[in-house]
Design a protein around this ligand. Sequence first.
Ligand code: ZN
Length: 482
Amino acid sequence: MSPQRKLLLLGTFVHSKTQQHLEFLHNAAVAVDEQGKIAAIERDVAEASEAQARLLTQLGWDEAEVDVTVAAEGQFFFPGFVDTHIHAPQYANAGIFGKSSLLDWLETYTFPLESSLADLSKARRVYTRCVRRTLSHGTTTATYYATIDVAATNLLADLCLSMGQRAFVGRACMDNPDVNPDYYRDASAAETLRATQQTIDHMRSIDPGFDIVSPILTPRFAPSCSREAMAGLAQLHRETNLPIQTHISENLGEIQLVKSMFPEADSYAGVYDKYGLLTPKTVLAHAVHISEEEAELIAHRGSKVSHCPCSNTSLTSGPARVRWMWDRGIDVGLGTDMSGGYSPSILDAARQAALVSRHVAMGIHVPEGGGAAAVEQEKERERVKLTVEEALYLATRGGARCVGLEDKIGGFEVGMEWDAQLVSLSQVSDDGGMEEHDHGHGLVDVFGWESWGDRLAKWLYNGDDRNTKRVWVKGRLVHKRK
Ligand SMILES: [Zn+2]
């Protein structure tokens, strides 16, 4: 790849300082070096031009070797989104789920589509569109499930690398003949491991440091895997330290199935723990119905949870309790779980996380007649609701922690990599119309009197890909919208 040009970004920058707080840097400048790393940040100077001059002098950079991007009035830079759980092959089914729930959804919609992507021209069409679409929504890192097909999985990795999306690409492992259809499963545990190794070898050949594209070990979910396959993948993890992803406790029928299939374990999380898959590098999608003991075990092992609110609602799985998991010390990020979830947008996932937390609140019973118990329950109702700041944290730094990239992405700090988006919100003109250049800017209208916190709230609740004007990964411009 040809070396990148240096970047200088000027204007307003917004990122999560902590789980509860957004930081706003105005009239600031960020310098990004040829490796895509943030080399320096100037904040709160009187004018952006002054910040630019100071930074160039400080770094000894010549203006001619730097591409400058200025955030105009109403625009701001925001960290790129991290999707910690998404199924690339299912993109073609986004929105198609009828009234199904998990197990019949897999049979009816998912396995037929996934198996059909062994046709590489079809896989190329679906994967190209999926990567383009998620980039256009500001997803700079995606943790993908692919299919069981090695060539198609390798193709997804190739496409992520060429289009510049940071990605974990996992070949779906599923060898249990009792649960998986004959037309779509691995022939044996040995075949699962052999095929997985081929995808690892391929990704090592195209991106030796796994800088942009990394393999991720992907036992589909416990029922789909033999004990030998799970133990073999765990062994591979210990040898390679590669990350692991799987599903957990999404749906009550699934939990019953796990219970009947694995009597040797006390719980669903216990199955993964028994076969060595519960590690600090494991991302567990859903965790809707996990017990107190399972939460304790997951926290103790340092495994992470990908919260997938859109999917959990669409497939009637249930409302996962983010505050409850945070209280128990579990790191949580967001997943679209497309196409269990219909939306490829992490901004949408953040919005739905906020809304689902309100459903969790509404489910907390407040006893009638007042009293101390009622007061406590009222307080708890308030406490479990996620704020705008928390939802946006989940979409960025929270997700980065889930995939072990918290030192590299998710915020704007010197030494971190420039994975970012330029967001633009419509400015309403004096007569209530739109400025000429604002046509096509989406649903968010800014009148000019809003605080910056309110602008971010407006973006969270009404924003979409029309607001995402530019997207960078590791300093490379990977998406641009007029
Ligand atoms: Zn999933």
